[in-house]
Design a protein around this ligand. Structure first.
Ligand SMILES: [Zn+2]
Length: 291
């Protein structure tokens, strides 16, 4: 029996995401977009998102912080010195998460080439993350589904997402990291899963176990960090082979359950030795697995 062809994977990106600076968070998407334009991601359509609005930021962040973000009066943003260009990058890549979430709920899968999300707290940015687009995506989806799961496989914990969403009855969090930064602990009775992995041989098993906390959700939001890779800032012994297997497994997990999936790029850093193009090629594995 032949399965019907799937529609192309729609991915959200615009050149406004990119601010030329030394920081991977606001530069690497350009490299991945170029690979997608060259057809390396498979059957993928790239669309520009609508920028996030002030009202959307206020759904996730405090009034004082939103005023600081928009005006620049609060000083630098977590992802660089405040400028209109950097604000545009934050609003475009946050809007990309909203548009990708709505696309995933309609078509079953989507993503945004957004980074700099999961450390941002209600009242402040931190760790290169100015606005928590994962939290916004969850709140957007909860208008349409009863439960949302956030699978955070960045090398660092998503303490910002936890601070904003952990008490929401419709949200379940699964957070597997290889570093201590931004660690948080579920309280007794909370449905969330948090684990730090220190041995590369146990990484994929921990990823598989973490998704048990997400069974039955109406949308999977996947923060697909590449900074777990040994040459992208992560744990020695976590290789491209681990990344490819992880991405296939996550994509299959959602697809086999009929759960819509939306992804973001999350971390991946040159200090591990890879170039920006090399990091973009790791992120390409997420796109390929989901396409
Ligand atoms: Zn990270």
């Amino acid at each position: 029996m032949n399965l019907p062809p799937r529609p192309p994977l729609r991915v959200f990106y615009s050149p406004a995401y990119v601010v030329e600076s030394g920081l991977e968070t606001v530069t690497k998407a350009r490299y991945l977009a170029r690979l997608l334009e060259d057809g390396e991601g498979g059957d993928v359509v790239v669309s520009a998102p609508q920028w996030a609005t002030r009202e959307e930021l206020l759904a996730v962040h405090s009034g004082n912080y939103v005023r600081d973000i928009l005006s620049g009066r609060g000083g630098p943003l977590a992802c660089g010195p405040w400028s209109k260009e950097l604000l545009g990058s934050v609003l475009a890549s946050t809007g990309g998460m909203r548009d990708a979430t709505l696309e995933a709920l309609r078509e079953g899968r989507s993503g945004s080439l957004s980074s700099g999300l999961h450390h941002a707290r209600r009242g402040a940015g931190t760790g290169f993350c100015a606005v928590n687009g994962l939290a916004l995506a969850a709140l957007v989806a909860l208008g349409q589904v009863d439960a949302v799961g956030i699978l955070d496989l960045d090398a660092h914990f998503g303490g910002g997402t936890a601070q904003i969403l952990r008490g929401h009855p419709g949200v379940r969090l699964a957070d597997v990291s290889v570093r201590q930064f931004d660690r948080w602990k579920p309280r007794p009775g909370e449905p969330h899963f948090v684990e730090r992995v220190t041995e590369p041989g146990r990484y994929l098993e921990a990823v598989r176990r973490s998704t048990e906390a997400l069974e039955g959700v109406g949308l999977l939001i996947y923060n697909a960090g590449m900074d777990v890779h040994e040459h992208a800032g992560g744990l020695r012994g976590i290789t491209t082979g681990h990344i490819c297997e992880r991405e296939r497994w996550v994509a299959d997990w959602a697809r086999s359950r009929g759960i819509p999936l939306v992804f973001a790029l999350a971390g991946g850093y040159q200090w591990g030795g890879l170039s920006l193009e090399g990091i973009a090629r790791l992120h390409l594995e997420t796109v390929r697995a989901i396409a």
